[in-house]
Design a binder for this molecule. Structure first.
Ligand code: NAD
Length: 451
């Protein structure tokens, strides 16, 4: 591989050739991307198994299948998205026409995390390609087998002057952040998000930051508890809780806490078996550091389900912890693992007060059969996105922009929002020469009549 500076210089040159901008080119590249993913499916599934012990089912449902849908959606819409949009003109601009031209930023940098190491690298790239950019992608070093598959696939698929894979860890990432990119798209932790934003600010590079945080699942006394239990357990323990939008903690109304807890215990057994550590399909914790970090939380509060670990396999049982308050260590940072602390509330106002007192969450889930409570939560709390009576599924639709707010992120993507994330909206007024309006000229200089 050439050095980073050379790759970017070559990409800039290639971008200025204009080749990446035509509709046909963009659609061809997306088609090729889809075919390459199809060809590489066994390698992708194998790498996810090796790096995270992801089951084939989870590999397809959370990393591969949705990419095909996103690519097809973009291909079908590109022509419409690319079209300059004619907008109204005010009376003061009589005789003119006004347009918004979506223009690709140029050369983009896309940095990915390890938790969905394939899809979170490719999904933003779909937007970059659809919008006509060149790109450098940097997979996570914590999932090295997936990183290598991405590298191999892209070697076969794209010229480096168009899309390049730069593998490596923190140092490589920092070196990339010193470069003259036209756009940076980062997915990862809040702390590294701050580093990325600081680096980008030095060159005033536009950023999209897809970060994390503590996302609550709130259940009130009117909720359908059976469904709430199952949907919260699925949302929390998919990928062993290593999901940016997983419910981080449960906030349940006192009256229904015992029943919901019992139903969640049943749901864990139904979905992961009586002895989850023997379940060969269970995703493991990414590395020993994270395993140790998570194991320390198991002494907080009172473990009411799960709690067993297997250090050799880096596996932790789906775990429910009760007797937790806001000061507990498990409530200080995003958990990002298979541990669900349970907090209780008496009145919804308490929930609003406590959630407001913390950084704005990436996701929020409200389980209720009461329209009034649903409205109250949506109206009162700021969060990236979420669901009423479900978890996670808001991420899997191209019709909803996905992203955080405040500390959970800035900007959004998916569907049209992905195209927008990699496009600048260039506003152009087209003036007429058939007449000239004299009022704008200073009369003392030109007199009242200039034509
Ligand atoms: P991370 O921030 O540690 O790493 C992300 C990327 O940044 C990696 O490619 C890594 O090499 C690079 N990096 C790490 N330290 C760096 C530094 N000091 N300077 C420059 N680059 C650096 O995140 P992670 O542990 O890979 O992922 C987990 C986090 O990502 C969680 O907080 C999770 O909520 C968040 N996340 C968010 C989304 C989303 O869509 N909002 C999706 C997945 C994960």
């Amino acid at each position: 591989m050439k050095n980073i500076e050379t790759i970017i210089k070559n990409q800039k040159q290639y971008f200025f050739s204009g080749e990446t901008k035509s509709t046909k080119f963009r659609i061809n590249q997306l088609n090729e991307l889809r075919k390459a993913i199809q060809r590489y499916e066994p390698e992708i599934v194998g790498a996810l198994k090796k790096d995270l012990n992801k089951s084939e089912f989870e590999a397809y449902s959370t990393e591969i299948g949705m990419l095909y849908k996103e690519i097809n959606f973009a291909i079908n819409k590109i022509t419409k998205w690319m079209k300059p949009e004619r907008v109204s003109t005010p009376l003061t601009h009589i005789g003119t026409k006004s347009y918004i031209y979506p223009e690709p930023y140029g050369v983009s940098l896309i940095i990915a995390p390890w938790n969905y190491p394939f899809s979170l690298q490719i999904s933003p790239l779909i937007g970059a390609i659809a919008a006509g950019n060149c790109a450098v992608v940097k997979p996570s070093e914590l999932t090295p087998t997936v990183s290598k598959v991405i590298y191999d696939m892209f070697q076969e698929l794209y010229e480096e002057r168009y899309i390049a894979v730069v593998e490596g860890g923190v140092e490589v990432s920092q070196k990339l952040l010193e470069q003259d990119f036209d756009k940076i798209f980062f997915t990862g932790s809040v702390n590294v998000g701050k580093i990325v934003m600081e680096a980008a600010s030095k060159k005033l590079i536009p950023v999209t930051l897809e970060l994390g945080g503590k996302s609550p699942a709130i259940v009130d006394e009117s909720a359908d508890l059976m469904l709430a239990a199952k949907r919260i357990i699925w949302g929390k323990f998919t990928n062993a809780g290593q999901t940016c939008i997983a419910p981080d903690y449960l906030y349940v109304q006192k009256e229904v806490k015992d029943e919901l807890t019992r139903l969640m215990e049943d749901a864990i057994e139904e979905l992961y078996g009586k002895n989850p550590l023997n379940n060969k399909e269970m995703t493991r914790i990414v590395n020993e550091n994270h395993f140790n970090r998570l194991s320390r939380y198991l002494v907080d509060g009172r473990v009411i389900k799960g709690g067993k670990v297997d250090r050799n396999l880096l596996a932790i049982e789906p775990t429910l912890i009760d007797s937790i308050d806001w000061d507990a260590p498990v409530m200080q940072d995003e958990i990002f693992g298979p541990i669900l602390p349970i907090l209780e509330f008496n009145h919804l106002d308490e929930v609003i007060e406590n959630v407001r007192a913390h950084p704005k969450p990436l996701a929020l889930y409200m389980f209720t059969e009461t329209d009034q409570n649903q409205e109250k939560i949506i109206e009162s709390l700021s969060f990236g996105g979420g669901c009423i009576n479900d978890t996670l599924i808001h991420i899997a639709t191209p019709y909803l922009p996905f992203g955080g707010v405040g500390q959970s992120g800035t900007g959004s993507y998916h569907g049209k929002a992905s195209f927008d994330a990699f496009s600048h909206e260039k506003s152009v007024v087209q003036q007429t020469n058939r007449f000239d309006i004299k009022f704008r000229y200073p009369s003392h200089k030109y007199g009242l009549s200039i034509m």
